[in-house]
Design a protein around this ligand. Structure first.
Ligand code: FHN
Length: 449
């Protein structure tokens, strides 16, 4: 069980008082992100044109030269359509987009001028504008502009690990491919130049979130060439960034595992209960982050919608990934899933965006609860065969109860023996997740004895 749950249960056991609705204490800068709840992750880089996923360089044991010449040089996202991507995200109810500016391969998706980020020959900057024939289109700026026009927050992903950078060679530690720093001087210079790149990204694109990754060979105390990124480096990086952009949000992967950054990042899993601070689950639609032509294992919209509901019910955010193909187009299955999610969110999105955790300590067998001021949302994955929904009583006075998709039709209910008994129609209005709204005065609170 999550450590936080144990602590909370200990508090309950000792004091008998569960800190209900323990919404997180957050810096004001987090408000938009906390209310957004749902975002799009985009893994897009030169690996996309190989179509074997974003770890191909490592898994297929490419040489730097071979990969740069045969993969990156061919990258040609001519069909990248920022407006279409943002339209799909917005219609799916997503409020922010995080796109990879630089993944582990080290290929910069913008016109970086930091000199050390060169290809193995040292003659070219290893970036989309300088290393490919694609030319001077700035696809990050295209996406930023499309986001701004549509009220979507533009965010960037950046990998600390950089297999392409001259300072590092790929290495394997206990099977995890990280990189080996050539020397102490190379490490110092790389960190300096990485910070210079990050300043470029902040000055040019003003990302609302900087989403770090590739930090996982840290040691809490000192560095070695093989484990060259440390907790102190992560703290220093975070402080550097917030000095540059005080309102920018930064995830915990400046150096994970030490409570750094502004939110936790469980990956492709949902914590058993709310964490001790804001958190965001990132998830793939199939099994790959970067485009993988062979990966047809797409999750259904049903699965993803239900996971999104679970995440919000436990007071988290959900960052759902797409991996565009090398030409910039979105895989058909991803578009179809986003459209299906959009259909559900069109009717029920209000029960998630701006909502917070369930007011109850335990979760019902039939689904989940979310809440916001004035409304408790019961998300029914299983529709009661007997047509009666039982909800624990609240300390609030109930105003009315209705189906979220049919708000004119008020449902009958009675309150007895600590339960609200709600009469439901025979048929569930939505086969994925039907929502019953209990309208109350104030923020829904559990009725204590
Ligand atoms: O190695 C990366 C991976 O390619 C992908 O970017 C995910 C997304 O969170 N992060 C790392 C794996 O944990």
């Amino acid at each position: 069980m999550q450590k936080v749950s144990v602590i909370l249960l200990f508090i309950f056991a000792v004091t008998g008082i569960m800190p209900m609705n323990a919404q997180y204490e957050m810096a004001p800068k987090m408000a938009w992100w906390y209310n957004a709840r749902f975002g799009m992750f985009i893994h897009f880089g030169s690996y996309s044109c190989l179509g074997h996923g974003e770890w191909a360089f490592s898994k297929e044991k490419w040489t730097k030269e071979g990969y740069q010449q045969q993969v990156s040089a061919r990258f040609n996202p001519e069909k990248f359509d920022a407006k279409e991507i943002v339209r799909l995200a917005k219609s799916a109810g997503m409020k922010y987009i995080v796109i990879t500016a630089k993944h582990h391969e080290g290929f910069s998706m913008w016109d970086t001028r930091v000199e050390s980020f060169r290809d193995v020959s040292g003659t070219k900057i290893y970036s989309q504008p300088s290393f490919t024939s694609f030319g001077k289109r700035d696809i990050l700026m295209e996406l930023k502009n499309a986001c701004e026009v549509n009220g979507i927050s533009f965010c960037l992903y950046y990998s600390i690990l950089d297999w392409g950078h001259p300072s590092q060679e790929i290495s394997r530690i206990n099977g995890v491919a990280f990189s080996t720093m050539k020397s102490e001087g190379a490490r110092t210079d790389y960190i300096r130049d990485m910070k210079a790149q990050l300043k470029e990204l902040i000055d040019r694109y003003h990302p609302a979130v900087l989403w770090f990754d590739g930090d996982w060979t840290y040691k809490a105390d000192h560095y070695t060439p093989e484990r060259w990124w440390t907790k102190v480096d992560g703290m220093d990086l975070y402080n550097y960034l917030v000095r540059l952009a005080p309102d920018m949000i930064v995830n915990e992967r400046v150096c994970r595992g030490f409570g750094l950054g502004d939110f936790e990042c469980p990956e492709r899993e949902v914590p058993e209960s709310p964490l001790g601070r804001p958190w965001e689950t990132c998830q793939t639609m199939n099994r790959s982050w970067g485009y993988n032509a062979k990966d047809h294992n797409y999750k259904s919209a049903r699965t993803l919608i239900r996971e999104l509901v679970k995440v919000v019910s436990r007071e988290g955010n959900y960052l759902l990934n797409i991996g565009p193909k090398g030409d910039g187009t979105i895989p058909e299955q991803s578009s179809a899933i986003l459209q299906d999610i959009g259909e559900w969110m069109n009717v029920y999105g209000e029960s998630l965006c701006g909502a917070t955790r369930s007011p109850f300590l335990t979760e019902p067998k039939w689904g989940f609860y979310t809440k916001k001021e004035g409304r408790l949302f019961a998300h029914l994955f299983v529709w009661p065969a007997n047509g009666v929904l039982m909800v624990p009583t609240l300390s609030n006075s109930i105003q009315k109860i209705y189906l979220m998709n049919d708000q004119q039709n008020i449902l009958d209910y009675s309150v007895k023996n600590g339960q609200i008994r709600i009469s439901l129609p025979k048929k569930a209005p939505n086969k994925i997740n039907s929502v019953v709204v209990i309208e109350v005065i104030g923020l829904p609170k559990v009725k204590t004895k």
